[in-house]
Design a protein around this ligand. Sequence first.
Ligand code: BGC
Length: 744
Amino acid sequence: MKKLLISSVCLACFVFSVRASASAAGAPLYKNSKASPRERAADLLGRMTVEEKLGQLQQLDGFSEGGYREEHLKMAREGRLGSTLNVRFAGNVNKLQKEAVEHSRLGIPLLFAFDVIHGYRTIFPIPLAEAAQWKPELAEKSAAAAAAEAYAAGLKWTFAPMVDIARDPRWGRIAEGAGEDPYLGAAMAAARVRGFQGDDFAAPGKVMACVKHWAGYGAAEAGRDYNSTDISQTSLRNIYYPPFKAAAAAGAATVMSAFNDLNGVPSSANKSTIDGVLRGDWKFDGFVVSDYTSVQELLAHGLAEDGEDAALKALRAGVDMEMVSTLYRDKIPAALSGKKISLTTLDRSVRRVLEAKFRAGIFEDPYIDPKLETTALKTPRALELAEEAALKSLVLLKNEGGLLPLDPAVKKVAVIGVLAGSRADMLGSWFADGKPEDADTLLEGVRAMVSSGTIVVYSSGCPVNGGTDEDLEKAAAAASGADVIIVAAGESAEMSGEAASRAFLSLPGRQLELLERLKKTGKPVVVVLFNGRPLELGWLDANVPAILEAWYPGVRGGRAVARTIFGLENPGGKLPVTFPRTLGQVPLYYNHRSTGRPPSPSEKYTSRYIDSPTEPLYPFGYGLSYSSFALSGLSLSSGEITPDGAVKVSVDIANLSSRAGDEVVQLYIRDAAGSETRPVRELKGFKRVTLAPGEKKMLEFELGPAELGYYYSGGFAVEPGVFKIYVSTSSAGGLEAVLRVSAR
Ligand code: BGC
């Protein structure tokens, strides 16, 4: 239990502990910390008025700077507020909490929530970049570091992880998730939940996770945020649900219902997904919070006639807490009197929220020690981890002629591009309480890396989304005398994330023109990309010898990129999402089904374009290294198994180069024929390994029913037949073997 160190709340602590100890001597059961959360919630529920119950289901927004609104104090005192978002920092949290804990009738503490997506103060790479690490154990560590910092600011709940599968790069929120693949997505989702919550989220330094956005939000039509989705049941079960299922299995305390209309029923009133799948099939026993005003939005969707109808539909569907809109609070009392909803339905949701609060330990430990704000943020360990995370998330897309790594003793380097000098853009979207001044830039990184005799010239070139002829001239002039040109290109941070859908995937503004000018100098060009989504990189791929994808790499991104460019580190990340050649190919993802006429460049009447190849520019799972690796010796422990059996897949990976490096070995299957058609490839295992020069390792994977089976309209099954097994270093190519599954 935390110790209170501020005088204004010391008294509170005393009063509270007196009450708590009184409970042991026959006071209300809910105050007895030895009783189970379920028993305590049931006891407390029995003491509450309808108004107090609805209070627990209400979450209200504070100010983005961390303050609460004046009316929150009164509401907390009257037991009419259950939770806030954005309110943070010990001063604010303890003051508001005191109203709830010490001055309300039943003393139910508030839950303080915030979007801690990829770090709280120490900002890590965006989640899409962390997925490019293919190292869930590292994402678990960064989530744990984020939780510790968030907790220090008085928070006990983060709206993360965001686990939406996204196959459309137009959607700005693709940056917040783990990309397009359910298997990688599930591994990342579970890791992040473990990181935020630990074994017991009541522990100091841990926060409750909120898995979002349930369900199918990533399939927003045309990549336009908040747009409707239409997804078949088999796609939901096989593609969109697995990360949620993995997060729920990892013990996620809460889930957020999404904004999107899913097959005609908005997610925030979707009983079949919330009560049916989440609670029914998966036995999720936490609570569900709506997304921001998504209960109110049921009106705009055309699902609800009026506010009461919206409140009833959401509550009946199993949305327990309402974020920001106030329809439960305003409309449910009359609906109860009119017998339009039962008290049992209301109590069910209140009990879930109370149970979570008991499990979170906030009845015993409601306040935050203000000292933590100075001791727990930006610790050396967190910063070190941020650097490691940035390093591991870099993906080398092209390296013609081994241009990279550069020699630190190069005579003159030109660093070009406004993103090379920008701290704020390194943080990406949703950077919580991250501060631009904490971030280092690529330019600083380069300056720190080169030899003392190297001349570094910088020109910001053109703004990300604009620029004049003069900007281009200046940049070209700066670059002309250099031996090598490093260009930072991409999108500014606010071009990704929520409400940042794009109708173009090209480099914004005049960046391509800038690159054309720089190419004309005849000097070698290295492009470092800062962006939150796959971009159209066809021109770059054809014209620039080296391209490094750096995403938004967080506070230590600048130095991580520079260390990699100059060869102190070796890139080993892999794309967690397909990079199309052109927007017209979208949606484009590796795990698509086949067609009756698979594309053939020489056959007109096949599934192809007349004006573009069908293949992506860079496939899912792709990424280069300064080392070169070779796979060999793929073998299966058995060529034939029964549907309930398992097979071991082993393969050798060797580092053929004289440089240590990482390779991500990927295992895919193809179920050749099923009662429903199956994807051409599905990821079912991966391992990121570090190999010393010349080192060879044997890796083993296991394929059993969980990997070989799939959901079809009749349920989940491993269907007898032929399975192709691929082991590769991207979703294309690799070694192949055949497995036969025979009926028992
Ligand atoms: C977003 C959520 C977020 C919530 C609270 C919404 O607009 O969709 O992802 O958690 O706001 O900030």
